[in-house]
Design a protein around this ligand. Structure first.
Ligand code: PSU
Ligand code: MN
Length: 310
């Protein structure tokens, strides 16, 4: 008789790349990567170039990258170059958060995983560290739209360390911090007292906590492992100074992009991709360069954190 909770059924849905399986068997550090940033966050072909570059960055730090996506009813943990290319070129890829993951699997659709769904998959696959750009959060105007990213809920429940450049500055960052606190998520700025705001190093808000080395973060994560039901940890790693667009300059672009989304009646899961591409246009492509730089920066830190855990 099968037990009501069948862990092997979930394990059967996971397809590891050879590189990731080998790393897990040999106790090498592995870093999970999301795929929504590829399909919905950046235009082709820079999306796939960036995805490859980020994987190379992780390898250069001595860790193994595991890009996660949903394909043919399976959770892919580590994509081959061919699959990465297929995903980056495909049209109508589903943007999959917690609510969408099983739909994509059940229908065999291509699904790109958000922070929330990547955390779910990473946890199921035994991965503890995940690098992204910026997490989703509480949108401006959420008091009427109720638009709050499932990323926050996932951080509250799933024990994975998410290395980000903070919450995307198009969000209401003070409200996002409040929700993270309510959900019990430690928010730790890396090497700074300020909470970073994705494209900018500063948000004007103080970060709840600060740590200065990957080793210190490793100690905290190991402590956290004593409480497996305590959910995730959010690392906020500021974009390198040379690549940032300062907050004062960014504010105008964000305001224009959010107003455009409002005028065009963009709702729900389309908001984040729409605003990101509007900002790309308004900044003449500069926001994309910054986005790529911060993702690479986060990937390198995540690799060092993963190494501190093994
Ligand atoms: N960060 C980026 N680009 C992105 C995203 C984050 O630099 O495209 C994606 C992530 O996958 C994140 C998602 O989880 O946007 C949030 O979407 P929503 O607000 O609809 O939950
Ligand atoms: Mn949303």
């Amino acid at each position: 008789m099968t037990s009501p909770v069948d862990a092997t059924a979930l394990a059967d849905l996971i397809v590891y790349s050879d590189e990731v399986r080998g790393a897990l068997e040999n106790g090498k550090p592995v870093v999970a990567l999301e795929s929504t940033i590829i399909t919905h966050g950046m235009p082709f072909p820079r999306n796939v170039e960036t995805a490859r570059q980020v994987e190379a960055d992780i390898r250069s730090e001595g860790a193994v990258p595991a890009t996660i996506a949903l394909m043919d009813g399976k959770i892919m943990v580590g994509l081959t170059d061919v699959d990465l290319d297929r995903l980056a070129r495909a049209e109508n890829v589903m943007k999959c958060s917690r609510a969408d993951l099983t739909f994509a699997l059940a229908t065999g659709r291509f699904g790109a995983t958000t922070v929330a769904a990547t955390m779910m998959a990473a946890h199921a696959a035994g991965l503890k560290v995940f690098a992204t750009g910026g997490i989703g959060g509480v949108h401006k105007g959420a008091e009427t739209s109720f638009d709050i990213s499932a990323d926050l809920d996932e951080l509250g429940r799933t024990p994975v360390c998410v290395v980000s450049a903070g919450a995307k500055a198009l969000l209401d960052i003070p409200k996002t911090l409040e929700v993270l606190e309510t959900k019990g998520v430690p928010v730790i700025a890396f090497g700074t007292d300020e909470l970073p705001a994705f494209w900018s190093r500063d948000s004007g808000l103080k970060a709840p906590y600060r740590l200065n080395t990957a080793a210190e973060i490793g100690v905290l994560l190991k402590m956290r492992q004593n409480f497996p039901d305590h959910g995730g940890v959010l690392i906020a790693n500021p974009v390198p100074e040379a690549d940032e667009i300062r907050q004062a300059e960014m504010a105008g672009f964000i305001e224009d992009a959010v107003a455009r989304a409002d005028r065009e009646g963009i709702r729900g899961k389309d908001v984040t991709p729409f605003v990101l591409s509007a900002i790309l246009e308004l900044t003449d492509g500069r926001s994309l360069d910054t986005n790529i730089a911060l993702v690479r920066n986060n990937a390198r830190l995540a690799a060092r954190i993963a190494a501190a855990l093994v």
